[in-house]
Ligand binder design. Structure first.
Ligand code: HEC
Ligand code: HEC
Ligand code: HEC
Ligand code: HEC
Length: 232
């Protein structure tokens, strides 16, 4: 029952912990565990087609699955590496609440071959009730952002959070902005680390084409405090 609900990738991950299963005849696996069985691989590949809204031929020439003659297969390999990395560091980035199955291609792709770019709109009801740090005073309690971040740079990041999550400053802050008195601030710190790590490894996960500005909170949140679960 549990198995049925899980995205294919989870199956592959659990295999990492069970290296004893004999590897079948796959010839050219470079990121997936070589121990993956045929049914597991099939399930995962079917998951890719659902989560990206494509056919097998988007990445493969039919019946020549081991060949690397379709550029999308190379793109997909990088993205598999990203999802495996996010799953391995799930507790660090997502915290304990988030289910493993949520961390999948569908989190960003949502049934599209290319995730639609998210353009934040500052909604008129998003008034900044909490005043920004007084000019000249340095942030005191940055644990993820560089300590050298200026108040102006910080303001931009924080305004970005509001637009990308569709929330106000009070979603994460009480009156004293350097205090850690709201749980969402802790959540946001973890997610900020994820976003910074993805940017730092942009070339290995996203390739050269993707702009830095695409890799933001909005990529998953799309203007919502909690990303909507993707159901294929
Ligand atoms: C979004 C791209 C994508 C789609 C869609 C996709 N695949 Fe794959 N497939 C891959 C990648 C990437 C690998 C190699 C993974 C690796 O290197 O670890 C792979 C590997 C395979 C392999 C193993 C080949 C070997 O011997 O090395 C088979 C078989 C396969 N896919 C079948 C399918 C089938 C059947 C479908 C449709 C149901 C499908 N794939 C859909 C990206 C895709
Ligand atoms: C963290 C968000 C995220 C996740 C998770 C993710 N992708 Fe992507 N993917 C992107 C972005 C962003 C692009 C680039 C779109 C563009 O070129 O504008 C992309 C592009 C691609 C492309 C190239 C599409 C094209 O038309 O050029 C493929 C193929 C792909 N992803 C496969 C996958 C697969 C398979 C998975 C799951 C193993 C996955 N992605 C997981 C964000 C993600
Ligand atoms: C989604 C959560 C979130 C929202 C919304 C948000 N912040 Fe933040 N804010 C954070 C996090 C997380 C940090 C700490 C970053 C770190 O540790 O590197 C922070 C740090 C700050 C700091 C630095 C405090 C210090 O001295 O250490 C200021 C100032 C600040 N935010 C102001 C704002 C303002 C003003 C808004 C609204 C425009 C806002 N924030 C909206 C999460 C948020
Ligand atoms: C790779 C996708 C992804 C990215 C990028 C991302 N998040 Fe999230 N975020 C999630 C998921 C998934 C959840 C969990 C939703 C749930 O609990 O069901 C979440 C939850 C949260 C929550 C808790 C929300 C709640 O109501 O409990 C906060 C706060 C948050 N994210 C802030 C951020 C911020 C700030 C950024 C950018 C620095 C960011 N996220 C980037 C996927 C992402």
């Amino acid at each position: 029952m549990r198995q049925l609900r899980l995205a294919g990738l989870l199956t592959a991950m659990s295999l990492l912990a069970v290296p004893g299963i004999a590897g079948p005849e796959h010839k050219n696996l470079q990121v997936l565990p070589r121990t993956i069985t045929n049914p597991e691989l099939k399930k995962m590949m079917e998951g890719f087609t659902e989560q990206l809204g494509v056919k097998c031929t988007f990445c493969h020439v039919l019946e020549q699955y081991e060949k690397d003659d379709r550029p999308h297969k190379t793109d997909a390999r990088r993205m598999i590496a990203l999802v495996l990395h996010m799953k391995a560091k799930k507790a660090v980035y997502f915290g304990p609440r988030v289910k493993d199955a949520v961390v999948s291609c569908g989190l960003c792709h949502r049934g599209q071959a290319e995730p639609e770019p998210f353009v934040p709109t500052l909604l008129p009801n998003l008034t900044f009730l909490v005043p920004p740090t007084p000019a000249g005073s340095r942030p005191k309690n940055l644990q993820v952002l560089a300590k050298t971040t200026t108040p102006l740079e910080l303001q931009k990041v924080m305004d970005g959070f509001n637009g990308q999550l569709g929330v106000k400053c009070e979603f994460c802050h009480g009156m004293e902005l350097d205090k850690d008195d709201r749980p969402h601030k802790t959540d946001a710190r973890r997610m900020l680390k994820l976003t910074i790590d993805m940017k730092a490894s942009k070339a290995s996960y996203f390739g050269p084409r993707v702009k830095d500005t695409v890799i933001t909170c909005g990529m998953c949140h799309r203007g919502k405090a909690e990303p909507e679960p993707f159901v294929p």
